[in-house]
Design a protein. Sequence first.
Length: 249
Amino acid sequence: MTAGHQEGPGRYLAPQLPRPVIMDQFWADAVFLHWRIDAAAVAGFMPPGVVPDEVDGSSWVGLIGFRMVGAGLGRGLPVPYFGSFTEVNVRLYSRGPDGSRGVVFVTLDASRLAVVLAARAAGIPYVWSMCAPLVRGDGARREYGYDVVRYRRQASSRFAVQPDTAVTAEDPLSLELTARFGLHSVLAGRTLYIPNTHAPWPLHPATLTELDDGLLAAAGLPVDGPPESVLFSPGVQTQFGRPREVRAG
């Protein structure tokens, strides 16, 4: 079994994180929207040596929004102000030559310019945007969502869901699309795998209540119709480990 790759029920559990821990953060009020997409249409977004991963017979593109809370380096104290912000990302699903399963971020919109600049220097495609959470209603009718407007209004997105918190999403598709414990990226011409770990998502099915998205099209990933998978999680504490280079087998 190669690092980062498991089969059977254990594949939904995070593997042991390589030390040292380089970052600690909480992902809150996560909204997951997913559409099927042809693997051939996303192959060009993969880093060298990495191929699109397929789930339930196809590849997928995700539009994911959440609130980053208390991010900090290592296991230290959260960074004041800069460690908490709203993020919305467009992501694809990847598999490395060593069997590592992860995500590839096409874009990540965030509301902290300093974070965006630092992340871009590390090869992560952050975009500076006005990002804000949307919370409406209360009790069983509460909705969660996100509103994004890029600098100079180059693209925007607004979406919201109403989760059914009385039900747990435990089907294989929902778990496959959210149990991802690393990302594939490129830095200085090298393909890297950056592992992370967290407890299993507390995951709930949700109903889409609003969607007006331009981020997928702006990324060159147009989709038709509503998302096939709509999920919500109140969040998890997450840690990132030391990156490692991915070499073609």
